[in-house]
Design a protein around this ligand. Structure first.
Ligand code: GLA
Length: 413
């Protein structure tokens, strides 16, 4: 950091320098992980669509797409390579290497390219000896790997939890967190240990987000059981596993219900519901489809500014489930400036007619310590997906919610 030299007496000069240093540590210093992801991070990750089929060409083309298709303007920033970017073996000095066939130009050149598009590059490793895909993990190489990532210009690390033997998650994740901070480069740290050791109770100062569940798959309602403890979960199953976790999230430390499956085969209604719910949950918005070839409906969902604004609201308070009856759930999310958002989720396959008489309802949020006062305060009601004003809270809301879909409402005073 450049300092301004002031010609004043010694003591005054020392205190000015101290002030400058303090300001630097508070706002930009890698010592403070909270300075990253003050709203949930937004980006893309290769895993959900491509699994092990990653290459520098895919990453470059994805960055090109994100920079030009409206996603960058909508707030997406990180282009993240998941597992299997690494060579089979470290070099003789233990340095981690990129797979020479898939990433012949190396990660530094790729980071430079992604940065030239005004975007950031993310990478993946694992706390154990091997990643889930069997490539070298970072166990006993934490400092060396963190330094390699920083020297390449990496901006984000997703850190998985395979082949961990006797490791304990809090210590293993802290070790990599410390190694990343010691590099001096702000690298967003995304913990991926699937909620096994309740990271929401210990990871607030370790990283910026933590997975809360096992892996998602592109189904709205269902589970794939791979045997043992290994299962993949649909959108509704993951949603239900967020119960009780909202109090742990906030600016700089988010619950992560896994990456998006929008555009990966669910119906348009399901994709819309999935995206809306993830926004209400303050989830990291990491798209997981092929950004180079997507239909206009998928892009429309991923870039809806009104829905994204709920996720990126500066208060950073997750939605609460207000009611649930006959497969219809009503969620409320407190927003900055006294506003609220409401999501009506229809978990059924068939449409449901709903009526909501505001003046008979009272929402109390024990986290933001806010209450709706529909009896004394009138809010304007807007349907965020249909872009329609629906009057005010003085009149009951009536609507049909299609099967596996949502109604997303914003209430402003
Ligand atoms: C785990 C993670 C996934 C993905 C794979 C890669 O299953 O939860 O998100 O990173 O590993 O092997």
């Amino acid at each position: 950091m450049k300092r301004i030299v002031l010609i004043v007496n010694g003591a005054a000069c020392a205190s000015v320098i101290m002030l400058l240093c303090t300001a630097c540590v508070c706002t930009h210093g890698p010592e403070k992980p909270g300075a990253l992801a003050l709203t949930p991070q937004m980006g893309w990750n290769s895993w959900n669509k491509f699994q092990g089929s990653v290459s520098e060409q895919l990453i470059r083309e994805t960055a090109d797409a994100m920079a030009t298709n409206g996603m960058k303007e909508a707030g997406y920033q990180y282009v993240n390579i998941d597992d299997l970017w690494q060579a089979q073996q470290r070099d003789a000095r233990g340095n981690i290497l990129a797979d020479p066939t898939r990433f012949p130009s190396g990660i530094k050149a790729l980071a430079d390219y992604v940065h030239s598009k005004g975007l950031k590059l993310g990478i993946y490793s694992d706390a154990g000896a091997h990643t889930c895909g069997g490539r070298p993990g970072s166990r006993d190489h934490e400092t060396q790997d963190a330094q390699a990532y920083a020297s390449w210009g990496v901006d984000y690390l997703k850190y998985d939890w395979c082949d961990v033997g006797d490791l304990k998650a809090p210590a293993a994740y802290k070790k990599m967190s410390d190694a990343l901070r010691a590099t001096g480069r702000p690298i967003l740290f995304s913990l991926c240990e699937w909620g096994t050791s309740k990271p929401w109770t210990w990871a607030k100062d370790v990283g910026q987000s933590w997975r809360t569940t096992g892996d998602i798959f592109a189904k709205f309602d269902g589970i794939i059981d791979h045997g043992g403890k290994w299962k993949d979960y649909g959108v509704l199953q993951i949603l239900d596993m967020q119960a009780g976790l909202r109090k742990y999230a906030g600016p700089g430390h988010w619950n992560d219900p896994d990456m998006l499956e929008v555009g990966n085969g669910m119906s348009e209604n399901e994709d819309r519901a999935h995206f809306t719910l993830w926004c209400f949950l303050d989830a990291p918005l990491i798209s997981g489809n092929d950004l180079r070839h997507m239909n206009p409906e998928t892009l429309k969902i991923l870039t809806d500014k009104d829905i994204i604004a709920l996720n990126q609201d500066p208060l950073g308070i997750e939605a609460l489930k207000y009611s649930a009856q006959d497969g219809v759930e009503v969620w409320f999310k407190p927003l900055a400036h006294g506003a609220w958002a409401m999501c009506v989720l229809n978990r059924n396959k068939e449409p449901r007619q709903i009526t909501f008489d505001w003046r008979n309802e009272k929402v109390t949020d024990d986290i933001s310590k806010r209450k709706t006062k529909f009896d004394t305060t009138t809010y304007r009601v807007r349907d965020l997906w249909k872009k329609q004003d629906l009057g005010t809270t003085e009149t009951p809301l009536s609507a049909e919610v299609p099967g596996h879909d949502v109604l997303a409402i914003r209430l402003d005073k």
